[in-house]
Design a protein around this ligand. Structure first.
Ligand code: NAI
Length: 492
């Protein structure tokens, strides 16, 4: 069997396979879904275009999807987040380096923006689909919404008959994105309309991607149903919080090896990710300051014992500044210019627009020194008495995946069990004829009973013993002894 793929170095496959093997042991949710659904093959006929950080944990997800019958093509959703050995191992699969038999992966660490959008196009471009649309992708598994956006924007511009001359925000990213769409429209003027019409649905991993989906649905522009995986409790209250608590310090350590104890860490945003970030710094003995725009989250931070302040008021105080907001323009160039010498600045939100990298590069006389890949020192006022520098991690992209290897397997087993269940839900239920469909072109979350199932799958591995409700207790609480245990409005 031959297939197209592009990874950094296919010979890394063996190293990747060892890591995948160990990760499987730490991913009981995914492994038990393989056991439960391996024989019935609920994803047989699913052709999944996956856009999610190509890490070791994602390799276990991909191989779970194929074990359940799916055909898959995969790209990373960030230019720095691929673990090259994992990508190689997924391509090789059960084959050999000479005769790979796995999954077409298009991902490597350190892609250019042009390469990034090329890989995104590859996962949505299935062999034979140009002449036979039946062979194209019918599901997207997305993280951040770039694959979904490519299809939606492509179809929108095809309907208009042209791609705009410039991106709304005039960013480099936007320029490259439009270039890719212009080229594809020239080659195949109906490509994205065709791809969009064949898609049964998308399952979205993260807060930022979910935000984009709700916007599309509100505007009546969503082309297919979507499941918001992020807001499964066993995703956002675990991955976003406990995952970050692990992978944020991992990224800072691998990048700088700076001692966090005693330092002042400024965490911008106190949502799920910010809560994990603040707790990680506190665990290391840092003094943590939180910035927030939402009074509820600000009050939570204060009650959790953190100082809550504006960024402007603590610029000179902080040693480490981390953005976790999913918002744009949070740390601007003027902020960085006001920080102390060798302050560390990083982002762990999905996109790189939280930190004003373009503005930093425009500061007159500023010099960028590469300490090592994904760690840069920006020197201001060089040669003067005022000389100082700022250390920026992963060029403003999410540092836990740019400087380290992202969240650990166990927490990702929760997220990816939700992803797998969501893929099965949509693939098996979104294709019915109109009138009988359970999923319309809207955004859904998984039923609570499935959320509870994901949690249940992870208890044994931690030796956690669940108390069972008696019949009388269940009747008293007016719930089923088998769950769901909480009403929809419960917040955990
Ligand atoms: P969230 O919505 O729970 O939290 C974001 C918080 O930032 C909110 O409380 C909001 O009020 C606050 N905020 C917004 N603008 C702000 C500003 N200008 N200054 C201070 N605070 C501000 O979102 P969540 O789930 O915490 O996710 C945050 C980002 O992290 C998203 O982009 C998400 O996609 C991403 N993410 C990244 C992961 C990673 O591995 N790096 C893992 C999970 C999520």
């Amino acid at each position: 069997m031959t297939f197209d793929y592009k990874v950094a170095d296919i010979s890394l496959a063996e190293a990747g396979r060892h890591q995948i093997r160990l990760a499987e042991h730490e991913m009981p949710g995914l492994m038990s879904l393989r056991e439960e659904f391996g024989a019935s093959q609920p994803l047989k006929g699913a052709r999944i275009a996956g856009s999610l950080h190509m890490t070791v944990q994602t390799a276990v997800l991909i191989e779970t999807l194929t074990a359940l019958g799916a055909d898959v093509r995969w790209a990373s959703c960030n230019i720095f987040s691929t673990q090259d050995e994992a990508a190689a191992a997924v391509v090789v699969g059960k084959g050999t380096v000479e005769d790979p038999q796995g999954v077409p992966v298009f991902a490597w660490k350190g892609e250019t923006l042009e390469e990034y959008w090329w890989t995104a196009e590859q996962i949505l471009t299935w062999p034979g689909a140009e002449t036979n649309p039946e062979l194209g992708p019918n599901m997207i598994l997305d993280d951040g919404g770039d694959a979904t956006m490519l299809v939606h924007k492509g179809a929108e511009f095809e309907a208009l008959g042209a791609v705009p001359a410039a991106a709304d925000d005039e960013s480099e990213e936007g320029r490259v994105f439009l270039e890719v769409l212009r080229a594809s429209l020239q080659k195949d003027p109906q490509k994205w309309t065709r791809v969009g019409s064949r898609l049964l649905g998308v399952t979205e991993e993260t807060t930022t991607g979910v935000h984009r989906l709700y916007q599309l649905a509100e505007q009546g522009k969503l082309l297919f149903p979507a499941i918001n995986v992020n807001d499964s409790v066993t995703k956002s209250k675990f991955d976003n919080k406990y995952g970050i608590r692990h992978s944020l310090p991992d990224g800072i350590n691998r990048a700088t090896d700076v001692l966090m104890g005693g330092k002042v860490a400024v965490v911008c945003g106190y949502g799920d990710v910010g809560k994990g970030a603040a707790e990680a710094f506190r665990g290391q003995g840092s003094r943590v300051i939180v910035t927030e725009i939402d009074p509820i989250c600000a009050l939570q931070a204060a009650m959790d014992g953190y100082q809550v302040a504006t960024l402007e008021s603590v610029l000179a105080e902080g040693h480490i500044f981390i953005t976790t907001t999913g918002n744009k323009d949070v740390i601007m160039a003027e902020h960085m210019a006001g920080m102390r010498d060798k302050a560390i600045v990083g982002n762990i939100g999905h996109f790189d627009n939280e930190i004003d990298m373009a503005g930093l590069a425009r500061i007159p006389g500023i010099k960028k020194v590469e300490i090592k890949p994904q760690v840069h020192e920006w020197v201001l006022d060089e040669g003067t008495d005022a000389e100082k520098s700022i250390i920026v991690l992963s060029e403003g992209r999410l540092l836990n995946l740019g400087n380290a290897t992202g969240h650990p397997s166990f927490v990702m087993s929760n997220s990816f069990a939700n992803q797998t269940i969501a893929q099965i839900e949509l693939f098996t239920k979104a294709g019915q004829p109109e009138g009988e469909r359970e999923y319309e072109k809207q955004v859904y979350v998984l039923p609570k009973i499935l959320d509870e199932k994901v949690a249940r799958l992870h208890l044994d591995a931690l030796g956690a013993q669940l108390t069972e409700l008696t019949k009388e207790q269940a009747a008293y609480l007016d719930i089923d002894a088998a769950g769901p245990y909480k009403p929809e409005h419960y917040r955990y």
